[in-house]
Design a protein around this ligand. Structure first.
Ligand SMILES: N[C@@H](CCC(=O)N[C@@H](CS)C(=O)NCC(=O)O)C(=O)O
Length: 116
């Protein structure tokens, strides 16, 4: 089956995953998803109702951009996104978490209201 990424164009979390997919040169269908009026088939695979959601070629389905990034890096290691050395990896994850937390605030203040 084809790999599919459920995304919204303005989602910074989906964009993070789209960049990793492009850098890793993976074939992937992009399924644009209306997060203000979520289709039932999307809610079936996304218990938290948020994009991004990745459905991999073997049917592996996962959500949350950070979990998707870790999964992609472990499953398709070239080129690698996270450093392998533990302290460098931790630094990278800390910056990613900081960016995601800032993203949460931006999404709450700006992106979602302007899409309604
Ligand atoms: N922690 C999640 C956050 C995902 C997220 O907040 N996505 C937003 C779009 S930017 C969403 O789908 N919101 C829909 C909703 O809250 O109903 C991740 O990193 O994937």
């Amino acid at each position: 089956m084809a790999r599919v990424l459920y995304y919204a164009p303005r989602s910074p979390y989906a964009r993070k995953v789209r960049i990793a997919i492009a850098e890793k040169n993976l074939l992937c269908e992009l399924q644009q998803t209306d997060i203000t009026n979520k289709p039932p088939e999307f809610l079936k695979i996304s218990p938290i109702g948020k994009v991004p959601v990745l459905v991999d070629e073997d049917g592996t389905t996962l959500w949350d951009s950070t979990l998707i990034m870790e999964y992609l890096d472990e499953t398709y290691p070239q080129p690698s996104f996270y450093p392998s050395e533990p302290s460098q990896r931790l630094q990278c994850r800390l910056w990613e978490e900081l960016a995601d937390t800032l993203g949460d605030n931006i999404v709450a203040l700006w992106l979602l209201p302007s899409q309604r």
